[in-house]
Write a protein that binds this ligand. Structure first.
Ligand SMILES: Cc1cc2nc3c(=O)[nH]c(=O)nc-3n(C[C@H](O)[C@H](O)[C@H](O)COP(=O)(O)O)c2cc1C
Ligand code: SF4
Length: 407
């Protein structure tokens, strides 16, 4: 891969400046028929939901409610992900190029760069990059720091923050592409998605497709963590096996029974199945999995899947905006019950309740936050079924007993 998002100077050198960026990749091309070209790449959003990019651009471009706005989403609230902040730290000009191209394609006159307030390096790099741009481009760019909260990156929350300073989701419809910032059609696009566009516009859709493996197209950023030497960001050809990505991250440091694929909005997969899965959003979707925001977290031996799931549910319950029933009541109750089961202190019926609630949480909130929690829980109940039963009915944890026996 001689050209890709992370090609060029090593990440340790920090941000690639404007002059070096343009010297390496050339000027921004006139983007004729860019939407068609993006459509041919089959590029999908990298923020988690995997929505087709060209389809969203056409929807924004066809709205009649005023001049559109682009919001580059670098909120990255997912605790296991590093990709967006590191991309912005190292290649801020790719993100800005992509946002400018997107604005041109949908007819937008303003671009909001929305970056998580706790991603100090990314904020600094984006700020510097903005100031390196010619005045005509700078005038259209606005950098905002997003409050530190899981739901801040949800698209209606991001729009709400720009409009009213409140980074909480709002009910839909209208969706941002219909009525978003200042009531105008708003294209909310993840920063990695935009960075890919910056390369597609320069090198073409055929080039992008050729980077993938098999039927998969392009590259994708993946954060590999858990039972690996250290959490790392890697860029992989889409479609390579999950085991190859883990090996590229240094290989596993302990045996592992399960992998959390896609982050807190993704799901658990038994390792035996996970190693062979192709890291390609489309292929994974067909098999009932999700690449989400590109997280591969390998559960280390000595860590219990039930305990880890309860911890994640507690986090998601705490991070919800507590505006709707499914989060305020459902998610909180599930999290409390899962905490009791994990802590070997369940009350009768906890596991049955969790199983029942897991099926009714999705699709009922103003945003997809509870859907993500329900998906994660359903996968845990499947992958760790034996361990859940052991915790609930025998008040035993096989992992804790194994660790205790070995020490
Ligand atoms: C609870 C929640 C949190 C989200 N957080 C982020 C985020 O931090 N960054 C992001 O790009 N998308 C996030 N999303 C997805 C956005 O709503 C939106 O789909 C995305 O920014 C669109 O860009 P994409 O199509 O390029 O992925 C989140 C969604 C939900 C439901
Ligand atoms: S579903 Fe949950 S996170 Fe989403 S808006 Fe409602 S309370 Fe907030």
């Amino acid at each position: 891969m001689s050209i890709a998002l992370l090609a060029g100077p090593p990440g340790a050198q920090g941000m690639e400046g404007f002059a070096a960026h343009r010297h390496r990749l050339g000027d921004l091309p006139e983007a004729h028929a860019l939407i068609d070209s993006v459509e041919r790449t089959n590029l999908r959003g990298k923020g988690g939901a995997g929505f087709p990019v060209a389809t969203k651009w056409r929807s924004v471009a066809s709205q009649r409610g005023g001049t559109p706005v682009v919001l580059a989403n670098g909120g990255e609230g997912e605790p296991l992900s590093r990709k967006d902040r590191m991309l912005m730290e190292q290649r801020p000009h790719l993100v800005i190029d992509g946002a400018i191209l997107a604005a041109g394609a949908v007819g937008a006159d303003e671009i909001v760069l929305y970056v998580g307030a706790d991603h100090a390096g990314a904020l600094q790099a984006m700020h510097r990059a903005m100031n390196e741009r010619p005045a005509s481009e700078r005038a259209r760019l606005r950098l905002l720091s997003a409050p530190v909260r899981y739901v801040s990156g949800e698209e209606t929350a991001a729009v709400h923050f720009v409009n009213a300073g409140i980074a909480l989701p709002t009910s839909i419809p209208p969706r941002p592409y219909e009525r978003g910032i200042d009531g105008r059609p708003t294209l909310v696009q993840n920063v990695e998605t935009l960075a890919h566009v910056a390369l597609i516009a320069r090198f073409g859709d055929e080039w992008f497709r050729s980077l993938g493996t098999g039927n998969a197209s392009g590259t994708t950023l993946v954060t590999v963590g858990g039972a690996v030497p250290q959490t790392v960001l890697i860029e992989i050809p889409q479609g390579i096996a999950l085991a190859d990505a883990v090996n590229a991250a240094g290989g596993i440091t302990s045996n592992s029974d399960a992998v959390l694929l896609g982050g807190y909005f993704g799901g658990w997969v038994e390792s035996a199945t996970a190693w062979g899965l192709p890291l390609d959003g489309d292929a994974l979707r067909q098999q009932g999995y999700s690449l989400g925001c590109g997280v591969v977290a390998v559960l280390p031996s000595g860590r219990c899947g039930v305990v880890e799931t309860a911890r994640i549910l507690a986090y998601l319950a705490h991070e919800s905006a507590r505006q709707c029933g499914p989060c305020t009541f459902g998610l909180r109750a599930i999290s409390a019950a899962a905490g009791r089961v994990a802590g070997l202190a369940s009350t009768p019926g906890d596991l049955e309740h969790i199983q029942r609630w897991a099926g009714v949480l999705a699709g009922r909130g103003a945003c997809r936050h509870p859907d993500g929690a329900a998906g994660l829980l359903a996968s845990a109940l499947r992958v760790f079924a034996g361990e859940f039963s052991l915790h609930e009915y025998q008040r035993r944890c096989s992992v804790a007993s194994a660790v205790a026996a070995a020490s």
